[in-house]
Design a protein around this ligand. Structure first.
Ligand code: BES
Ligand code: MN
Ligand code: MN
Length: 465
């Protein structure tokens, strides 16, 4: 496939400009104020698939945002790769922390990105990474390099729990039938340390509400005599970890898959620089569960984090008040064998149990999903590994990641196929944060690498059968 480099050189300006047009569309799925923009973005991705060479492109309606489906079937007897990604993005706030507006993409050169990085919400998560696949398809179709069938499924609700996609997958087994699922919605260790994600954590997301008196009270007249929901909530949350930073919910660790010494020492081999990690985040030390390393804490261990907490007076100046209610949003990241429904129930029971007299507690479950691990001896992984070796000049490191893509284990259950997680982003891309960006080099490297996956996967599969 000598010509991929030449094709990229010839077309890269256009590829980047096309991506910039997509990044200008504020497809924020969490906020209904953007609903028309989300729908417009689905249309734009559908058009891009058509232009890249899909024979069939559909915008499939759902209860929520539509799913963009595309396919190019060249021969029913050849394998089929299903590409999954999402066109929705996280809300851009806090806006004042962006150096340039989130939906007005700019390219800036930085030390880590001497070829420039595109700054915009969704640049890395996930529009930029989905678009690598669209452009890889364009290249393969235009140059007669597509060795197998391909289907695309791009959803618009990943950032809010993929509810409609779950139903869509259950109802469309035949339409979505495939041999392997290919996803770029994760990252790699560094541009000179390619890695393939071999695991994702599960998730249980809940909201809690603590109610004290039936109205806000004067904190002088009532303070000291009535439970303050905010004080209580803070104390309840603090009690969810012990002095070793273990989670205190009874039964929480019962099913956790404990890795063997051997597996842990294999993990230890992945390149990691603690000093650089701390420096990049401006922290003087790391923090977490005792007797685990940083890389273990953020991948093979379950966690519990408050994502937001509110209540009472937060405006300018001071107001002496005991609020009637306090709230928090809490996420738990889960590891293999933990069942998210069960963990949600354990949390609910425990949180209700630890509430002192004088307050009422409500636990509202949101979304969740199971964790995922993929073996490295599969044909899919081997093909991906060879693809990286070809374009990066070295074999990728397998690495379990701490993030979640709950739809991935559902794909396995419903469609019976494994997902290969070829992410080209970096942890420093600031996904979900202000100043999200995606390296131009990473974008182009992704487009260069993906066609080799198709080639090696088809070759290895035909050797095997
Ligand atoms: N692409 C991310 C997940 C991710 C990023 C995994 C980097 C591994 C490395 C995805 O869009 C995401 O943000 N997922 C959510 C879960 C979802 C249910 C909202 C997450 O992990 O918080
Ligand atoms: Mn994503
Ligand atoms: Mn995301």
């Amino acid at each position: 496939m000598q010509n991929i480099k030449a094709y990229l050189n010839q077309h890269k300006e256009r590829f980047i400009n096309e991506l910039i047009q997509l990044l200008k569309m504020p497809s924020v799925s969490a906020d209904s104020a953007y609903s028309q923009d989300v729908l417009d973005t689905a249309e734009a991705f559908a058009t891009s698939l058509k232009n890249a060479g899909c024979d069939v492109v559909e915008i499939c309606e759902t209860q929520g945002y539509p799913i963009v489906y595309g396919e190019k079937i060249i021969d029913k007897n050849l394998p089929t790769v299903l590409v999954y990604g999402h066109y929705d993005v996280q809300p851009p706030d806090p806006l004042d922390l962006w150096d340039s507006p989130p939906f007005e993409p700019v390219i800036k050169k930085t030390e880590l990105h001497p070829d420039g990085a595109i700054y915009a919400r969704g640049a890395s998560d996930d529009k930029g990474q989905v678009y690598m696949h669209v452009k890889a398809l364009e290249f393969m179709v235009a140059n007669n390099e597509l060795p197998c069938n391909v289907k695309f499924m791009i959803e618009g609700e990943e950032e809010v729990g993929s509810e409609s996609l779950g139903a869509f997958v259950k109802e469309n087994h035949e339409k979505l039938a495939n041999d392997i699922i290919l996803i770029s919605d994760t990252g790699m260790i560094a541009n000179d340390v390619p890695s393939i994600t071999t695991g994702l954590r599960g998730l249980s997301y809940v909201e809690v509400e603590v109610t004290g008196p039936n109205r806000d009270l004067h904190s002088g007249l009532y303070g000291g005599a009535v439970a303050n929901p905010i004080n209580i909530l803070a104390k309840m949350i603090a009690s969810l970890h012990d002095e070793n930073n273990h989670i205190t919910i009874p039964g929480f660790y019962d099913k956790v898959d404990e890795l063997s010494r051997k597996e842990r020492s294999a993990m230890e081999k992945a390149p990691f620089n603690l000093e650089a990690y701390k420096a990049a985040l401006d922290i003087d030390d790391v923090f977490g569960e005792s007797s685990y390393t940083t890389n273990e804490r953020n991948s093979i261990r379950p966690t519990l984090d408050v994502n937001g907490i509110w209540g009472g007076y937060t405006g300018e100046g001071a107001k002496t008040v005991i609020a009637s209610k306090a709230h928090a949003k809490i996420s738990m990241r889960l590891v293999p064998h933990q069942d998210w429904h069960e963990i949600t129930q354990l949390f609910k029971t425990h949180f209700e149990n630890i509430a002192p007299p004088g307050v009422k507690v409500k636990v509202i479950p949101h979304h969740g999903g199971e964790s995922y691990v993929t073996p490295i001896d599969s044909i899919g992984y081997q093909a991906a590994s060879k693809a990286y070796e070809t374009t990066f000049g070295k074999a990728p490191v397998p690495k379990r990641n701490g993030g979640s893509i709950p739809i991935v284990p559902l794909f396995e259950r419903e469609l019976g196929s494994k997902s290969i997680l070829m992410g080209f982003g970096l942890d420093s891309n600031a996904i979900h944060s202000p100043n999200e960006h995606f390296g131009v080099w990473n974008f182009l490297k992704g487009i260069e690498t993906i066609p080799y996956f198709y080639k090696y996967y088809t070759e290895l599969l035909s050797l095997g059968s």
